[in-house]
Design a protein around this ligand. Structure first.
Ligand SMILES: Cc1cc2nc3c(=O)[nH]c(=O)nc-3n(C[C@H](O)[C@H](O)[C@H](O)COP(=O)(O)O)c2cc1C
Length: 356
C-alpha cells in the first residue's frame, strides 16, 4: 500500500514535468483588466504586501501549494521549498500525507519542512477520501507531523474518478468536516486541486463552520489530464475514456474567486489554479483573494535550479504592478476600478454575482 502511494506521487511529479498537463480551460484572468495609473504618487519602497494568517507573518501574500512528500527524493524537494519559503517570508503546504500514515519511514519527507521553515506558515494536507475515513486522532497526527498552522483538506473528486485506483464514494464529508472542525486544534482550509469551488459549495461549507477556502480553480494543472496520462501508461482504457470526457470540466479560477467571495464574504480566500504571472497574482488579489497559491511553476523552477530567482522575480514584478495600479497595499488595490470582459462578465451576470 505504501509502495503504491509513493510510486503514484513519483509518477505524478514525472508526468507533470514531462507532459503538457494544463488546460484546456483557461483561468479567465485574461478577462480581467486592471487600470493603469500614470501618476501613482508612490515609492516602490513604501509598498507593503505583508499579512498575518494563522498567527504567521508573511512578507508577501504567496503560498507554495501542497505538492509533495511521501516518496524517496521528495524530502530534498520539500527541504528546498521550505528554505525558500522561510527566506522570502511566504507560506508553504506539503503534499498529501497519506503515505506517511501508511509507512512511518516516510514521515521525514514531510516533517523536513519545519526544520528549514521554522517560522513559516505551513499547511498539512490530506485528501477528501482519507479525511472521511480517518478518525480524528489520525487527522491530528498529520498536523503534528509538520507542526502545521492549519490543515488543508483537498477535494480531488474529479481526480479520484479518473485515477486507475481512485475512490468512488465521497459521502459523509460535510458531516465529518463539521465534527473535525470542532476538535482539531488548528483551522481547516478546504482546498480544491484545479476544478474550483462554487458559491453553493462555499455556502454549504461555511454553514458548518469553514472559514478558509483555497479555490484551486481550472486553467492550470489539470488532474484529469495527469490521470489520463497514467491510465494510458497502464493500458486502462476505461479510465482513459472517462478522463478524456472530463478534460473540460471545472470552474475557471477567476470565476471561482468571485463565487466564493460572494457567498462567504467573511472567509479567507486563497486563489490558486493556473497562477502563472505576477499579473495573475495581482488580479487574484483584486478579485478578493487574501493569499495566492502556486504549484506547477514552482516544481518546474525547483527542477531547473531556478527556485529563488523565479520567486524573487515574481515578487519584484508583483510590487511593480501594484505600484502601476496606484496601490500601496492590498486594501488599496481592492478599491481600484477594473474592467471585466466575457466570458467572465456573462458568468458573473448569470450566476447573480457581484464583482468584489
Ligand atoms: C506534482 C503535483 C502534486 C500535487 N499534489 C498535491 C497534493 O498532494 N495535495 C494537494 O492538495 N494538492 C496537490 N497538488 C495540486 C496543487 O496543490 C494545486 O492545487 C494545483 O496543482 C493547481 O495549481 P497550479 O495550476 O499552480 O499547479 C499537486 C500538484 C502538482 C503539480
Amino acid at each position: 500500500m505504501s509502495y503504491d502511494s509513493s510510486n503514484r506521487k513519483l509518477e505524478h511529479i514525472e508526468i507533470s514535468l514531462r507532459e503538457d498537463v494544463e488546460g484546456p480551460l483557461k483561468t479567465w484572468f485574461e478577462c480581467v483588466h486592471l487600470i493603469h495609473n500614470a501618476v501613482p504618487e508612490l515609492d516602490l519602497n513604501d509598498l507593503d504586501l505583508s499579512l498575518t494568517l494563522f498567527g504567521r507573518r508573511l512578507n508577501l501574500p504567496l503560498v507554495i501549494s501542497g505538492m509533495t512528500g511521501g516518496a524517496s527524493g521528495t524530502e530534498g524537494i520539500n527541504a528546498e521549498l521550505a528554505k525558500v519559503a522561510e527566506s522570502l517570508g511566504i507560506g508553504l503546504g506539503v503534499g498529501s500525507q497519506r503515505a506517511a500514515l501508511e509507512n512511518g519511514s516516510l514521515r521525514h519527507t514531510y516533517s523536513v519542512v519545519r526544520e528549514y521553515a521554522p517560522n513559516s506558515l505551513v499547511l498539512a494536507n490530506i485528501g477528501i477520501s482519507e479525511f472521511i475515513r480517518y478518525d480524528i486522532s489520525l487527522i491530528g497526527k498529520l498536523v503534528d507531523m509538520v507542526v502545521a498552522d492549519a490543515l488543508a483538506v483537498h477535494l480531488n473528486v474529479a481526480q479520484e474518478l479518473t485515477q486507475p485506483e481512485g475512490s468512488h464514494s465521497f459521502k459523509g464529508f460535510t458531516k465529518k468536516l463539521e465534527a473535525v472542525l470542532k476538535e482539531l486544534p488548528v483551522p481547516i482550509v478546504v482546498k480544491e486541486v484545479g476544478f474550483g469551488i462554487s458559491k453553493e459549495v462555499a455556502e454549504a461549507l461555511s454553514d458548518v463552520g469553514v472559514k478558509y477556502f483555497d479555490v484551486a480553480g481550472a486553467g492550470g494543472t489539470n488532474w484529469v489530464k495527469i490521470e489520463m496520462f497514467r491510465a494510458k501508461l497502464r493500458n486502462d482504457r476505461a479510465k482513459e475514456r472517462i478522463a478524456s470526457e472530463l478534460l473540460g470540466w471545472g470552474i475557471p479560477t477567476a470565476a471561482s474567486i468571485i463565487e466564493v467571495r460572494n457567498s462567504a464574504p467573511n472567509s479567507v480566500v486563497i486563489a490558486s489554479g493556473g497562477i502563472r504571472t505576477a499579473l495573475d497574482v495581482v488580479k487574484a488579489l483584486r478579485l478578493g483573494a487574501e493569499l495566492v497559491g502556486i504549484a506547477l511553476p514552482i516544481l518546474k523552477a525547483y527542477y531547473s535550479g531556478t527556485l529563488t530567482t523565479y520567486l524573487m522575480g515574481l515578487s519584484n514584478s508583483i510590487k511593480a504592478l501594484m505600484l502601476l495600479s496606484g496601490s500601496r497595499n492590498v486594501d488599496d488595490l481592492r478599491r481600484k476600478p477594473i474592467v471585466i470582459y466575457d466570458p467572465l462578465k456573462e458568468w458573473v451576470v448569470q450566476r447573480g454575482l457581484k464583482i468584489p
